[in-house]
Design a protein around this ligand. Structure first.
Ligand code: NAD
Length: 471
């Protein structure tokens, strides 16, 4: 029986290990974390993250060959394969602040592994890390005094939140990078054997360590770049009368380009795209490639521009002021089918509207009031000019209320901002909503999910991203 341990029971570690346990009944999988609250939640009926299909997988395996524990040292010392899936946020202080990845959690995980290991280990980079991180980890692990053979593999995770279980069940590819030595190849084979339980062989790619590490950053940069490209086009559409949906359809029909990830929106969010591009920018700068760095930086600048363009559109449409006006915000999570609000555009839109003294009423089916208040109260780190911006003042935050019903959020509102593409927002009774609102009633569709024509027939003034205002 292969013994697997995963450090980090978050959005990646939890679902990934649950699927490995399900697909490899002959393996024992233990997920450990420094947070007791997280482990308690994984062991309870209310899992710490919302992800369609996750409950079911965990229920099938937990207690059989899937375990969650705070006893890091015990499970690390017993494991053959150790996945490290800890957080790697952007540094907010010191050298590289605002861009470089903060590897504090990774380093402390590696030091702990070096301290407690008494048998050979395969250590797998599951977190997204800068290219060449494996070299640093090897140096840390070399301090183990028991003469142990450590093999480091890079096995970045490509799942997307909201579809994590589907992505893990049938991944586009599994990428494994390792050292090109006999021991390295043996370690790669051991990890391939785990995935071979359910992933077809042709989808398991093996590369050198640095290609695997860099591929993850590259994949996220390419995905975010497509969003910024279509969003940049959406601004030009609004200025010229073109319709971004028609342009994206026509462009995506080119088989060299393809139709996916071409939806114009209020901007991308989530814990990965911005941080991984900033990380890439930093790596380019450190390698003497400022032109390449500024190319990727522009992807984030367009994203920031798109969010402020949206706020400006709301304010200018509502007669240049939202002071004292109630605005309903439908959706707060960074995308549908997740409760994750990390870097969600909703935070920036909310802060922008509060800056103009709006009153905001938020409804999101998976995000709690505590989470929203916490997000708004956090100081924002400005990546472009590495400084901590002041958090929202408590008085401004008091202008935000959170409801558990879209109709309640919209009652007496002057406008609605749709910020997450939850399916339920497509089928709301907009006639009922219109009747309960102040007039004129506005809809600002930051995800282009509602039928703007139907809403106009009801009486709404509708703004969709990248579409002619009268269309
Ligand atoms: P997360 O913040 O949800 O989870 C990380 C967990 O690691 C936390 O629970 C934290 O308590 C724990 N941790 C920190 N230090 C630890 C230590 N020394 N030992 C044990 N546990 C420790 O983060 P996440 O979203 O799961 O992301 C993890 C990594 O995966 C990041 O590098 C991220 O970039 C990458 N990634 C994330 C996604 C995603 O969609 N969230 C997708 C692909 C890759």
């Amino acid at each position: 029986m292969v013994k697997i341990c995963c450090l980090g029971a978050g959005y990646v570690g939890g679902p990934t290990m649950a699927v490995i346990a399900l697909k490899c009944p002959d393996a024992e999988v233990v997920v450990v974390d420094i947070s007791t609250a997280r482990i308690d939640a994984w062991n309870s009926d209310t899992l710490p993250i919302y992800e369609p299909g996750l409950d079911d997988v965990v229920k099938q395996c937990r207690g059989r060959n899937l375990f969650f524990s705070n006893d890091l040292e015990k499970h690390v010392s017993e494991a053959d394969i150790i996945f490290v899936s800890v957080n790697t946020p952007t540094k907010t202080r010191g050298l590289g602040a605002g861009k470089a990845a903060d590897l504090t959690y990774w380093e402390s995980a590696a030091r702990m592994i070096a301290d407690v290991a008494k048998s050979d280990k395969i250590v797998v980079e599951k977190s997204t890390v800068p290219v060449k991180t494996a070299e640093a980890i090897e140096k840390i692990l070399a301090h183990n005094s028991n003469g142990i053979n450590f093999q480091i593999l890079s096995n970045p995770e490509f799942l997307a939140e909201g579809t994590a279980i589907k992505d893990l069940f049938s991944p586009d590819r599994v990428l494994i990078g390792g050292r090109e030595t006999p021991e390295g190849r043996k370690a790669v084979q051991a990890l391939k054997d785990v995935y071979a339980h359910w992933v077809p062989e042709e989808k398991i790619l093996t590369t050198n360590l640095w290609s695997a590490e860099l591929s993850k950053l590259a994949a996220n940069a390419f995905l975010a770049q497509r969003i910024s490209s279509v969003n940049a086009m959406s601004a030009l559409c609004e200025a010229t009368g073109a319709n971004v949906a028609e342009v994206a359809y026509a462009v995506g029909k080119d088989s060299r380009i393809g139709p996916k990830f071409l939806n114009a929106s209020v901007g991308f969010g989530g814990s990965c795209f911005q941080k991984d591009i900033l990380n890439l920018v930093y790596i380019c700068e450190c390698n003497g490639l400022p032109e390449v760095a500024s190319y990727w930086k522009q992807v984030i600048k367009i994203n920031d521009y798109q969010k402020s363009r949206f706020v400006n559109r709301v304010v200018s449409s509502m007669f240049n002021t939202v002071a004292g006006k109630k605005i309903a915000m439908l959706g707060f999570a960074f995308k549908k089918d997740t409760g994750d609000t990390r870097e969600t555009p909703a935070i920036d839109v909310c802060k922008g509207l509060l800056g103009d003294k709006a009153k905001i009423s938020i409804y999101d089916p998976q995000v709690t009031e505590d989470q929203i208040q916490r997000d708004l109260a956090m100081s924002k780190f400005d990546w472009d000019h590495p400084v901590h911006l002041q958090p929202m003042s408590p008085t401004a935050i008091k202008q935000v209320s959170v409801t558990w019903d879209a109709y309640e959020a919209a009652k007496d509102a002057h406008g609605i901002c749709i910020l997450t593409e939850w399916d339920e927002f497509k089928t709301l009774d907009y006639t009922r909503i219109y009747e309960s609102m102040q007039k004129p009633a506005f809809v600002f569709d930051g995800r282009n999910i509602v039928d703007a024509e139907k809403l106009r027939e009801i009486g709404f003034i509708v703004y969709s991203i990248g579409k002619p205002l009268d269309a």
